[in-house]
Design a protein around this ligand. Structure first.
Ligand code: FES
Length: 186
């Protein structure tokens, strides 16, 4: 039996002076989630979601800070964060385009969406455009099979995608740096 080991060190970003877990994030977790659960550890997933929403990914430093805040070891936090596909450890572009590759979308042309993304933006799944605007990912079923092929752009679902039209919409999105708000993609 062979183990496949991924080198997570590649995902680590340099440390920064300001904490990822801002006072606002800590306050929200303390007031909204701690009272709901029997221990601090149970607030780990809500905390991940807050970090993802704020930064678009979960940096190594944020993992350390989350461990300290929730009184866990960094390895416990790392275990949890790497279990879920939707939590990313690497910085992404402003818009993360999650193209569904499960059966309905596959049958309805998810490959054509990827081909058009390749043609227009020059990226493959897992890559980000040079201007840090768009990251392309392939994901499993988004729960909207009746709208296949579909994709999630940050938090907004796009269904019955026509590849050229879809890419044209993406091209028109503002390219300013920073993680987007959902308002940008509506
Ligand atoms: S198969 Fe694509 S949303 Fe379900």
């Amino acid at each position: 039996m062979a183990w496949i080991v991924e080198d997570r060190l590649k995902a680590y970003q340099p440390a920064r002076n300001e904490p990822y877990l801002t006072a606002r994030i800590k306050q929200e977790v303390s007031e909204k989630y701690f009272p709901r659960y029997p221990n601090k550890r149970a607030a780990l997933l809500p905390l991940f979601h807050l970090i993802m929403h704020e930064y678009g990914y979960i940096a190594a430093q944020a993992i350390d800070e989350a461990a300290e805040f929730l009184e866990l070891t960094p390895s416990q936090v790392q275990d949890a964060v790497t279990f879920y596909e939707e939590f990313r450890l690497e910085k992404t572009g402003r818009y993360v385009v999650n193209v569904c590759r499960s059966i309905s979308c596959e049958l309805c042309g998810h490959q054509r969406v990827l081909e058009k993304m390749r043609e227009i933006f020059g990226i493959e799944p897992g890559e980000t455009t040079a201007d840090d605007k768009i990251t392309l990912l392939e994901v499993e079923c988004l729960g909207a099979c009746e709208q296949a092929p579909c994709a999630l752009v940050n938090e907004d679902l796009h269904g019955q995608i026509k590849p050229a039209e879809f890419c044209s919409q993406l091209q028109q999105l503002p390219a300013a740096p920073g993680h987007s708000t959902t308002d940008d993609v509506r």
